[in-house]
Design a binder for this molecule. Structure first.
Ligand SMILES: CCCCCCCCCCCCCCCC(=O)SCCNC(=O)CCNC(=O)[C@H](O)C(C)(C)COP(=O)(O)OP(=O)(O)OC[C@H]1O[C@@H](n2cnc3c(N)ncnc32)[C@H](O)[C@@H]1OP(=O)(O)O
Length: 125
């Protein structure tokens, strides 16, 4: 799943760069939306986000592209690889600024973990 955000003034830290907490919030939200769309009817909570490293800053006005796709499916959990790129709108060039893997666990209505639905079997033609 692809999603976009614009870095606005309210997203900056006191040095003038994107506050990392906003990036993590967007990564969490967008991968949660991707999981919830891929598994309709499942209630997911985030159990882990690995490899949080900020090597490139993002500045006001940048357009960020988020690419979230399933990377691992377990019994009660599913992981999404999220890669974030900053777009240069003048040249169209992209730079990868962040990547991590977010793991979600499926919960039932009482908050207990429960198995993911069985993968849909391919239709026999
Ligand atoms: C005004 C503004 C309002 C804004 C409004 C916004 C609305 C927004 C929209 C949505 C925005 C985003 C939505 C995000 C979703 C949350 O924000 S959820 C909130 C944060 N998360 C939580 O509160 C979860 C707290 N944790 C728990 O309750 C328990 O740990 C859990 C999740 C039930 C798991 O239970 P557990 O006994 O710890 O788990 P355990 O049996 O060890 O493992 C279960 C599975 O997780 C896997 N797992 C466990 N730990 C790890 C790990 N470290 N790494 C990888 N896998 C792991 C296990 O391998 C296992 O997988 P399977 O083999 O079954 O596939």
């Amino acid at each position: 799943m692809e999603s976009f955000k614009v870095v606005r003034p309210e997203h900056l830290n006191h040095y003038g760069y994107l506050f990392g907490g906003f990036l993590l919030k967007w990564v969490d939200e967008i991968s949660w939306i991707a999981a919830s769309r891929d598994y309709p009817g499942c209630r997911f909570v985030t159990v882990a986000m690995d490899n949080v490293e900020f090597h490139c800053s993002a500045r006001q006005g940048m357009v960020l592209r988020f690419d979230a796709s399933e990377s691992r499916r377990g019994t009660t959990s599913v992981a999404y690889r999220v890669t974030v790129f900053s777009d240069d709108l003048d040249t169209g060039a992209e730079t990868q600024i962040f990547s991590t893997c977010v793991t979600f666990v499926r919960l039932d209505a009482s908050g207990e973990k429960m198995p993911l639905p069985a993968p849909s079997t391919p239709e026999v033609l």
